[in-house]
Design a protein around this ligand. Structure first.
Ligand code: ADP
Ligand code: NA
Length: 327
C-alpha cells in the first residue's frame, strides 16, 4: 500500500522558537517513517515582507541546518528551499488565474497582515494563498499539517484543486488537514493568553531553539505565573498550565506525575526544573546545529539534492496542468 503524502513548509523568517519546535517541527520529525513526507523552507512567501538580503540568506541557511539538527532526514524526506524549485512560482501563477479576487479578499490573515504592514500591502501578500496552494498541490499531498492560522488557506487550496479538477479532469489530490496526535500550543512566557511568537516585543516571552542555556534558564525563571503557589493544572492558571505543557512534552511525564513531583514545592523550583529540562532537551539539537552550520558544503549538497528531487516530483504535476490548460 502506498504511503500517504504529507507536505509541510515553514518560512525561514528569523528566530525559530520553542513554540515552532514543539508545535510543528517536532511532529515533522516523527511523521517521517509512517508517511511519505516532503518538507520545504517557504522562502518565496517570506519576501511578502521586506527582507534584508544578507540576513534573509543567513536565516534560510540557519533554518535548513536547524531542521537537520532536529532530526529531519533528507534521505527519507525530500527537504528543499522553495525558491530553488521553479515549479512553485509557475504553478502559483496558473492557480492565480483560477482563484477569485473575492476569495483572496476574505482571507483573515491577509487582512491582519495588511493592517500590520500598512506601508507594504503588496500583491504577493494578497496572492500568498495561491502560492501556498501550489506548494501543496504540486506534490499531490494527501495531508497537510496546519495550525489554526492556516486552516482558511488550506480550505482555499482544496477549493482551487476541486475547481481545477472540475473544469478539466482529476489533476490534483484534494488535501486534508492533518491534526497531529500530540499537538502542543505553546504560549508566551510573559503573557500566557497569546501564543509564543518571535514577533513578541518582549524577548522574555519566547525561547529560541538556539538560545544559550543560561538565557533559557533566565527566561523560564521570569515566566509569569499566578499567586496560587501550587503546581497543578487548572482553569485560570494559564502560566502554570503552559509550563506544565512544555515540561510534559520535553520530559514525557504526565500532568499527574508532575503535580506529584512538585507537591509542597514552590514555583521557583518548578520554573527552574522546566528551564533545565528544556535546556537538556535542546542540547543535542544545538550541538548538531553547531556542526551543520559550519559545514556549508554538506548543507549545499543536501538542499541541492532536495531541490532536484522536488523538481522531479512537481514537474509531473505541472506538466499535466499545462497540457490541460492548453499550453
Ligand atoms: P511565528 O509566530 O513564530 O512567526 P509561524 O506563524 O511562522 O510562527 O508558524 C510556523 C509554524 O509553527 C506553524 O506550523 C505554526 O502553527 C507553528 N507555531 C508557531 N507558534 C507556535 C506556538 N506558540 N505553539 C505551537 N505551534 C506554533
Ligand atoms: Na507568524
Amino acid at each position: 500500500e502506498r504511503k500517504k503524502v504529507i507536505f509541510s513548509a515553514i518560512q525561514p523568517s528569523g528566530t525559530i522558537t520553542l513554540g515552532n519546535y514543539l508545535g510543528a517541527l517536532k511532529n515533522w520529525i516523527s511523521l517521517q517513517d509512517e508517511y511519505n513526507c516532503i518538507y520545504a523552507l517557504a522562502d518565496l512567501h517570506t519576501i511578502t515582507v521586506r527582507q534584508d538580503p544578507a540576513k534573509f540568506r543567513h536565516n534560510t541557511l540557519e533554518a535548513y541546518a536547524l531542521l537537520l539538527a532536529c532530526g529531519l532526514d533528507p534521505e527519507k524526506s525530500p527537504f528543499f528551499i522553495q525558491s530553488q524549485v521553479c515549479t512553485h512560482a509557475q504553478l502559483a501563477w496558473i492557480l492565480n488565474c483560477y482563484t477569485q479576487f473575492g476569495e483572496l479578499q476574505r482571507m483573515t490573515q491577509f487582512k491582519d497582515k495588511a493592517a500590520k504592514h500598512a506601508d507594504n500591502v503588496n500583491a504577493g501578500l494578497f496572492t500568498y494563498p495561491s502560492l501556498m496552494a501550489a506548494d501543496i498541490l504540486l506534490y499531490q499531498a494527501d495531508l497537510v499539517p496546519v495550525g489554526a492560522d492556516q486552516k482558511q488557506h488550506l480550505e482555499l487550496a482544496r477549493n482551487i484543486a476541486e475547481r481545477f479538477n472540475g473544469i478539466y479532469s482529476p489533476t490534483f489530490t484534494v488535501p486534508d488537514g492533518y491534526i497531529p496526535k500530540k499537538g502542543a500550543r505553546i504560549m508566551s512566557l510573559q503573557d500566557p493568553s497569546k501564543k509564543m511568537s518571535k514577533s513578541d516585543e518582549n524577548v522574555n516571552g519566547y525561547v529560541a531553539v538556539l538560545d544559550k542555556p543560561e538565557v533559557i534558564l533566565r527566561k523560564f525563571k521570569r515566566a509569569v505565573t499566578d499567586s496560587d503557589a501550587c503546581v497543578r493544572y487548572a482553569e485560570g492558571k494559564d502560566g502554570i498550565n503552559n509550563l506544565m505543557g512544555i515540561y510534559s512534552v520535553v520530559t514525557g511525564l504526565s500532568y499527574e506525575q508532575i503535580e506529584k513531583d512538585f507537591e509542597g514545592k514552590g514555583y521557583g523550583d518548578f520554573k527552574a526544573a522546566v528551564g533545565e529540562a528544556v535546556v537538556e532537551h535542546l542540547r543535542p539539537i544545538q550541538e548538531r546545529y553547531a556542526d551543520y552550520i559550519k559545514n556549508k558544503d554538506y548543507l549545499e549538497k543536501c538542499y541541492t539534492e532536495g531541490a532536484q528531487k522536488a523538481l522531479a516530483i512537481s514537474s509531473r504535476t505541472l506538466n499535466k496542468v499545462m497540457k490541460k490548460v492548453g499550453f
